[in-house]
Design a protein around this ligand. Structure first.
Ligand SMILES: Cc1cc2nc3c(=O)[nH]c(=O)nc-3n(C[C@H](O)[C@H](O)[C@H](O)COP(=O)(O)OP(=O)(O)OC[C@H]3O[C@@H](n4cnc5c(N)ncnc54)[C@H](O)[C@@H]3O)c2cc1C
Ligand SMILES: *[C@@H]1O[C@H](CO)[C@@H](O)[C@H](O)[C@H]1NC(C)=O
Ligand SMILES: *[C@@H]1O[C@H](CO)[C@@H](O)[C@H](O)[C@H]1NC(C)=O
Ligand SMILES: *[C@@H]1O[C@H](CO)[C@@H](O)[C@H](O)[C@H]1NC(C)=O
Ligand SMILES: *[C@@H]1O[C@H](CO)[C@@H](O)[C@H](O)[C@H]1NC(C)=O
Length: 585
């Protein structure tokens, strides 16, 4: 990236690092003996379990299953270790902005015109996300039909390794107090638990700003029975036909040299292929393997194994809407620390520092808006260090010339619609597993979602006007000014309608929608998989990851996706032990 903001960001990172001795020592990571590149793998191998996708669910699942079985974990991305974009909190945006063909974050734009990313690295979304760590509520655990005791044990298992209490900066303390003033009561203190009111949540960034990921959970693995292959892109799942139902018996994967390898399930072991390739990857791989809507598969020349119209259905992304908030005081960079859990169906969070802005501004060729224009908009939010009068801060962006050196002082306040009713679908564009499928989320198709967003935005407006936030706010900037200027800055590919202020919040929600990256669905429980996460209509195949969700659990889902990996690992292990016992006389 060669934009001014990122250059500045890079120099800021160097500055930070010269002030902390651990920065250069922290990125080597554990050197697992069982992690190899797929190019080193044999052309044929045999395993009890083959897991596709070393992501948020795949890593804890593989670590757990390896304790009594031979497990192969196949990940299309590389290692997160040794990559500072991943390990350092302040480089989050660098990480998301990396557009190389093997970058940890792979960009996609949904048919709705919202710029989005998906993970491509061992550790998956936990290596590219904002780190906020928050459990599912008791009610959500019931809605998922899970065993509450095992859920609790599984959360604790991962929290020992990846979850930390954040150190609040003045900005997030003000947000906490502002949320209370805005009526999001009570304050529940620091907790991983989900309940109405305002809380300080956990983070996968520790207090030194170092990220801990699902890949770190592989330390629980048995190194003698687990093999993890990097840059191993699964092309399709193999099915035996002719029996009562099609049965998965292996996979074909490609290494980075383009060579194909086959991994098979060991004969006679009560084992299986488990797909944990994420909400885009799992439905995509099922379809590429012949499990999906028959007409669609045939139109691409894919041989149909099972006509299953529900694969790729129920795709949902929680809409996010934001207000960009320039601060009259310096604001430290941090990630999400505090959340307001409202009773009107939204969660309110914030992100600080200039670090988030380039990601929102996006890249501008390739249909993501116009680079020059977004640069100009950025100028409006230049730091007052450049001796700008407060007056010209609210005037049109066109008057502002872009300085070589850019900085934004402030943050982003945003809300997520907790349980959108709007849903969409995923289709293949072609038969190439390296390419993104086409996905439509239909944001705000349902009026209830618009209403939840409007209520969330009203709460944000009350926070902005709160006494607690007054130290940060320019008194000359009204809420309407902030909404208007934010609208100029936010980048998506959706049509704009009129002007934006506190009287047009519905339009603000619809036109300026962004993603919080909590998209889910495509292989939903009850439609594609049963409550044991087995794929309906075929044998020896499960899907275990965010694609199975009917809603995004917790204020943010990563805790629960990792938990599900551990939870199902324990359940499958117990089932296997039961079967072994029954076989013995
Ligand atoms: C930018 C961003 C910020 C976020 N912020 C937060 C946050 O602060 N807090 C929070 O709780 N959640 C956050 N999330 C959401 C959370 O990270 C995701 O919901 C979660 O990680 C999804 O987990 P998953 O296991 O379903 O998929 P993933 O973690 O994406 O795992 C899927 C894995 O499968 C691999 N794969 C896919 N296809 C293949 C194939 N054919 N062959 C081999 N491997 C394959 C992928 O490379 C990937 O590693 C954020 C997400 C993003 C992207
Ligand atoms: C990697 O493992 C080797 C052998 O166990 C060890 O000597 C080395 O110190 C390890 N490196 C790191 C960075 O942990
Ligand atoms: C970090 O991201 C930047 C782009 O944002 C990229 O140029 C750089 O190569 C990345 N670093 C690593 C170690 O991947
Ligand atoms: C989880 O278990 C711990 C320890 O047994 C207990 O203190 C806690 O209340 C439990 N939490 C929930 C949400 O059940
Ligand atoms: C923007 O995207 C285009 C095409 O997708 C690419 O050629 C260009 O290098 C990108 N620019 C930046 C700054 O990332």
């Amino acid at each position: 990236m060669e934009t001014a903001p990122l250059r500045l960001l890079a120099s800021a990172a160097v500055f930070l690092c010269s002030h902390c001795f651990f920065c250069y020592a922290d990125n080597r990571g554990p050197n697992y003996t069982f992690v190899k590149h797929a190019t080193q793998a044999p052309r044929v191998s045999y395993h009890d379990y083959i897991i596709v996708g070393g992501g948020t669910a795949g890593c804890p699942l593989a670590a757990t299953l390896s304790q009594i079985s031979n497990v192969l974990l196949l990940e299309r991305g590389g290692s997160p270790y040794g990559n500072r974009n991943i390990s350092r909190m302040e480089l989050q945006v660098e990480n998301l902005a990396d557009r190389s063909l093997t970058s940890p974050a792979q960009r996609f734009v949904s048919e709705d015109g919202v710029i989005n990313v998906r993970a491509r690295v061992l550790g998956g979304g936990t290596c590219v996300n904002s780190g906020f760590y928050s459990r599912a509520s008791t009610q959500e655990v019931r809605d998922m039909d899970w065993d509450a005791r095992l859920v609790n044990e599984s959360y604790q298992w991962l929290e020992k390794v990846v979850a930390f209490e954040p150190k609040l900066i003045p900005w997030t303390s003000a947000l906490k107090d502002g949320l209370l003033e805005a009526g999001v009561m009570p304050y529940n203190g620091f907790t991983y638990d989900h309940m109405y009111g305002t809380k300080t949540g956990g983070s996968t960034f520790d207090q030194t700003g170092r990220r801990h990921t699902a890949a770190d959970l592989l330390r629980y693995a048995d190194p003698d029975t687990l093999t993890v292959l990097l840059r191993a892109t699964v092309q399709r799942i193999l099915f035996k036909k002719g029996g009562r139902r099609p049965q998965a018996y292996g996979v074909i994967y490609k290494d980075e040299m383009g060579n194909m390898h086959k991994a098979y399930l060991k004969h006679g072991s009560a084992s299986g292929v488990i797909v944990s390739a994420g909400a885009l990857g799992s439905p995509q791989l099922l379809m590429l393997s012949g499990v999906g809507p028959a007409d669609h598969l045939r139109s691409l020349g894919i041989e149909v194994v099972l006509d299953q119209p529900a694969v790729g259905q129920g795709m949902s992304d929680n809409p996010m809407n934001a207000v960009i908030f320039p601060s009259q005081q310096p604001v430290e960079i941090t990630s999400v620390q505090v959340v307001g859990i409202t009773r009107s169906g939204s969660y309110i969070e914030s992100f600080t520092g200039y670090n988030y802005l380039p990601a929102l501004a996006g890249n501008s060729s390739g249909g993501d808006g116009d680079q020059q224009a977004s640069q100009r908009r950025l100028g409006v939010f230049r730091s007052p260090r450049k001796q700008r009068t407060q007056q010209n801060m609210v005037e049109g962006a066109d008057q502002v010339s872009i300085p070589d050196e850019f900085s934004f002082q402030g943050g982003l306040l945003f809300e997520k619609v907790a349980r959108p009713l709007s849903q969409g679908h995923l289709r293949l564009k072609n038969r190439n597993p390296d390419e993104n499928p086409s996905v439509t989320f239909n944001y705000f198709m349902k009026p209830e979602d618009v209403q939840a967003c409007v209520e969330g935005m009203k709460t944000i407006n009350r926070v902005i006007e709160s006494k607690s936030f007054s130290d940060f706010r320019y008194s000359i900037l009204s809420v309407d000014d902030l909404l208007g200027v934010s609208a100029n800055f936010i980048v998506n590919n959706r049509p704009r309608h009129g002007s934006y202020d506190s009287t047009t919040l519905e339009q603000y929600c619809k036109d300026l929608v962004l993603t919080m990256y909590h998209y889910h669905g495509g292989c939903q429980v009850g439609r594609v998989v049963d409550h044991d996460y087995k794929v309906h209509g075929v044998d020896s195949l499960r899907v275990i990851d965010g694609s199975t969700f009917n809603f995004s659990p917790g204020t943010n889902p990563q805790a629960t996706v990792m938990m599900l990996g551990r939870y199902m690992g324990v359940k499958i292990q117990n089932q296997r032990l039961e079967q072994k016992k029954m076989k013995k006389p």
